[in-house]
Design a protein around this ligand. Structure first.
Ligand code: NAX
Ligand code: ADP
Ligand code: K
Length: 482
């Protein structure tokens, strides 16, 4: 798993490391790594390093210092470097001196339009982890003159380091080089960061436990259930799907189909769309009602069941079975309208809630807002549940405060029915007895991988995501073992 630390913790860790490190050493390490990546980008985008032009956007703090030092290193490789100072009187003195010694040019930012327009690469050292709010006007005015790829120092300026939100003008980077540890912005707003490279500055010993975790392929592969020689269809966990209606069977077909694709055990369906589900998925054991569905090891309740009395009874029944429940879509609205349905929950029974932003607002009374991680954590604690907040970056929080994040690989999954596929997969993993928090994270991971594989650059319907689940699972298992 990849650890991610909030900026307050990074700053504390840096202070401890600074106290035992010769002055300037950390910045030197950071800037050296930055210069290596800048040279790579010049080769990639402009064919070579020597003779190419780099513009540095230099703010008032150490982020600007990193850029200035990197500029000095690039000068040694024959790059033409111009620093554009946003606060000439506060630019990092040692960095500025180093750049000047190396033969770099220095200009006030307001004179920088043509430098930016002619640059082969722009290095964004406007602001780093001490950023607050959107870019100030002096920096914002420069954005329109940038046409070259941008390499962001630590994080793209103008994007909030801890929430990834953008409230005004901000940098969009082709690549971000970060130091010591990954920060929340890198996973919460990957589109602004581009590829993120981590430069080791010796901070890891000071960091402690991460604030957020991101699953990697090996984690997803390690968690994915694989039947053993003693297994049969029951021992792997039977998943029950209570979804869809006679008038709207689509959600049932998608959720049940995703469960079929994600489990090698057994899928039961219970609800008014039994015939349609059976037609699509002959392997599903389908009945008309949850009350005669038989035993399952996890229930998925909600997509397309409606929010009336019948839906409510279905949810209460599932909650009372003493098995994990994934409550999605209409089930979330039912809980929002009548929180007392949760009284039916057998004590200690895992509950996983999977709202999108609108359902989150219904459930909690307020939208997730800019700090989606804190919002998901608070809601998980309030409902004593795992809360999976859907979106471009899916956030999975549990009641104890653990958080997994899954940045999507593109936005094609934002399509109708895609959430039904996610809940079906999640149910399959819950039935296989994964920790519900991990089940949500692994389902989100494989869902976004399946969507990427299915889309390959063009729109993909939810049924296409569903059909790509086997390929996604095969991919993680192959990479995870390799
Ligand atoms: N502390 C350390 O040991 C190290 C720090 N490093 C770098 O230092 C950075 C943090 O440096 P600082 O704490 O000096 O602060 P920053 O460089 O992040 O910010 C400095 C100044 O930027 C201005 N600013 C804030 N928000 C702004 C906005 N929205 N628009 C325009 N200007 C804004 C403020 O005047 C603020 O004081 C890290 O991100 C990293 O790049 C690295 O050199 C590694 C070592
Ligand atoms: N912009 C986006 N980029 C990537 N994935 C997204 C984006 N928006 C939504 N998703 C994902 O698509 C799915 C949509 O679920 P949901 O909103 O419940 O759709 P539906 O109700 O139509 O099934 C979720 O897995 C969510 O994380
Ligand atoms: K920056």
């Amino acid at each position: 798993m990849q650890g991610i630390w909030i900026t307050e913790r990074i700053r504390d860790a840096e202070q401890r490391l600074l106290a035992v490190t010769p002055e300037g050493a950390l910045m030197y390490r950071a800037a050296f790594g930055l210069a290596v990546h800048a040279a790579e980008m010049l080769k990639e985008h402009a064919g070579r390093v020597a003779g190419r032009r780099v513009a540095l956007l230099v703010g008032a703090g150490n982020n600007g210092g990193d850029a200035l030092w990197a500029g000095a290193f690039l000068r040694r490789r024959g790059v033409g470097v111009t620093a554009l100072l946003l606060a000439a009187d506060r630019a990092h003195p040692a960095g500025l001196a180093a750049l000047r010694r190396a033969g770099g040019r220095v200009l006030p930012a307001e004179d920088g339009a043509s430098v930016l327009e002619q640059a082969d690469l722009v290095i964004d050292g406007i602001v780093g982890i001490s950023a607050s709010g959107p870019l100030r006007p002096g920096a914002a005015n420069l954005l329109e003159h940038i046409s070259a790829p941008v390499l962001a120092v630590d994080l793209p300026s103008g994007v909030d380091p801890d929430t990834g939100t953008v409230d005004g003008p901000a940098i969009t980077a082709a690549r971000t080089v970060t130091f010591g540890a990954r920060k929340p912005v890198h996973v919460l707003n990957p589109a602004r960061c581009g590829d993120v490279d981590l430069v080791d500055i010796g901070l890891s010993g000071e960091l402690g436990e991460p604030d957020l975790l991101r699953l990697d392929t090996a984690d997803a592969a390690g968690a994915w259930p694989v039947p053993g020689p003693e297994d049969d269809k029951y021992t792997q966990g039977v998943v029950g799907i209570a979804a869809g209606s006679a008038a709207f069977p689509g959600a049932a077909v998608l959720a049940a189909g995703a469960a079929v694709r994600a489990t090698s055990g057994m899928v039961r369906y219970a609800g008014p769309a039994a015939d349609v589900v059976r037609d699509h998925w002959p392997e599903v054991v389908a009945t008309g009602s949850v009350f005669d569905a038989g035993r399952v090891q996890a229930w998925v309740v909600g997509p397309g069941i409606g929010t009336g009395r019948e839906g409510r009874e279905v949810l209460e029944h599932a909650l009372a079975q003493g098995v994990p429940v994934c409550a999605d879509a209409d089930a979330i609205t039912i809980i929002a309208n009548s929180p007392e349905v949760l009284d039916a929950r057998e004590p200690g029974t895992p509950l996983l809630l999977t709202p999108h932003a609108g359902e989150f607002e219904r459930l909690t009374g307020r939208p997730p807002g800019s700090d989606r991680v804190s919002a998901a954590r608070a809601a998980a604690a309030r409902f004593d549940a795992v809360l999976l907040l859907k979106g471009h970056c899916t956030v999975v929080a549990d009641a104890g405060g653990r958080v997994l994040v899954n940045p999507a690989r593109g936005s094609w999954p934002a399509t109708a029915g895609s959430g039904d596929v996610l809940s079906g997969m999640t149910g399959a993993l819950l039935a296989a007895r994964l920790d519900p928090w991990l089940a949500g994270g692994v389902a989100a991971y494989v869902h976004s991988l399946a969507a990427e594989r299915a889309a390959r650059g063009v729109p993909v319907p939810a049924s296409g995501i569903l059909d790509a689940i086997p390929e996604a699972v095969r991919t993680i298992r192959a990479l995870g073992q390799g």
